[in-house]
Write a protein that binds this ligand. Structure first.
Ligand code: GDD
Length: 329
């Protein structure tokens, strides 16, 4: 029997790397779309895939080019497609709304249209986001909570979500969206607050820095482990019917709690090092995101396993290890 073929956009990112490992372990042939510059600078841009690079098939293409996506889907003929690629940094979406909307909406649209034309039986996963809820009317947020996005990033994800739903309803495609709440790991990009904090703790311990500048410490998020969230993506595509699912822990913590825990794990008092900087506040903030993943638990049998405390400790330990410093809390 031939191997099942999966195609991943955004394969070089945190989620793409965990999902690749997971699918390889399940015996999939894993293909990924990467920008040409990534293939030309593999040490830097493919760093999260280094340990599995020789088991992946990478294709140079761009979500901004319909023709390049068309070529890859025609060549690969995937049975499953995981669309993770996006301009995903919320702060940046305030600096350049136009490119965020263009890349995120048109990229998702192109991919759906190409799959409909060339591989209509392919099961499709769209990476939706808790940012779609924005200032929500209720907490916790579930699949039935009204969207009220607060950034062009959130708006682009609402558009992608509706495109996915409409391809499912209009053309009968097996297209599902995961509404994933914040998910972190030692592979998180340094621009996101959790990694900025844990990398900052490691630098302070190593003696190369003596402060950490952050924005709003009172924002509350529902933080889980990215590795577990990629398993939920796969589970969605194994269901007989496509659908949308919230993926979250159901617990929320403030940025300040994350900071406190990360510093105390390293034996440090955060109040000596953390400075708040108004420049790092967002023009429109989301104060509270907390997910209700009852449907994912019931239908997919998915549940998170890593606690908040374990997540923070793993991230601090890994960043300290990378700098060769010992955590002696
Ligand atoms: N990045 C950042 N940097 N955030 C800060 C800082 C800082 O210095 N200081 C405070 N924050 C606050 C932000 O204002 C926000 O309320 C919270 O920390 C989390 O910010 P991020 O880690 O940048 O993540 P996000 O919640 O905006 O979005 C992430 O999660 C979404 C939901 O899963 C991203 O990964 C999105 O792409 C994703 O969709």
């Amino acid at each position: 029997m031939s191997l099942k073929r999966a195609l991943i956009t955004g394969i070089t990112g945190q989620d793409g790397s965990y999902l690749s490992e997971f699918l390889l372990a399940k015996g999939y042939e894993v293909h990924g779309i990467v920008r040409r510059v990534a293939l030309e600078d593999p040490d830097h841009r493919l760093s999260r895939l280094r340990h599995i690079r020789d088991r992946l098939v990478l294709h140079a293409a761009s979500l901004e080019s319909y023709a390049s996506i068309h070529r890859v889907v025609q060549d690969v003929q995937p049975q499953e497609c995981y669309h993770l690629a996006a301009q995903s940094f919320v702060s940046y979406s305030f600096d350049d709304e136009f490119s965020t909307l263009n890349i995120n909406i048109n990229g998702s649209h192109s991919l759906l249209a190409v799959i409909k034309a060339l591989a209509p039986e392919c099961r499709f996963y769209f990476a939706g986001s808790s940012e779609m809820f924005g200032t929500a009317d209720e907490a916790p947020q579930s699949e039935s909570t009204r969207f009220h996005p607060r950034s062009s990033y959130g708006i682009s994800k609402v558009a992608g979500f509706h495109l996915t739903r409409n391809y499912r309803e209009a053309y009968g495609m097996h297209a599902s969206s995961g509404i994933l709440f914040n998910h972190e790991s030692p592979r998180r990009g340094f621009e996101f607050v959790t990694r900025k904090i844990t990398a900052g703790v490691a630098r302070i311990l190593a003696g190369t820095s003596d402060e950490l500048r952050l924005g709003n410490l009172e924002a509350r998020r529902d933080w889980g482990h990215a590795r577990e969230y990629t398993e939920a993506m796969w589970l969605m595509l194994q269901q007989p019917h496509p659908d949308d699912y919230v993926v979250a822990t159901g617990e929320c913590h403030s940025v300040r709690e994350f900071v406190q825990l990360a510093f105390s794990h390293a034996g440090l008092d955060y109040r000596k090092y953390v400075k708040t900087d108004k420049q790092l506040y967002r023009p429109a903030e989301i104060n509270l995101l907390k997910g209700n993943s009852a449907k994912a638990r019931r239908v997919l049998g998915w549940t998170h396993r890593t606690t908040f405390e374990e997540l923070v400790a793993e991230m601090v330990d890994e960043d300290c290890r990378a700098l060769g410093v010992k955590v002696v809390a």
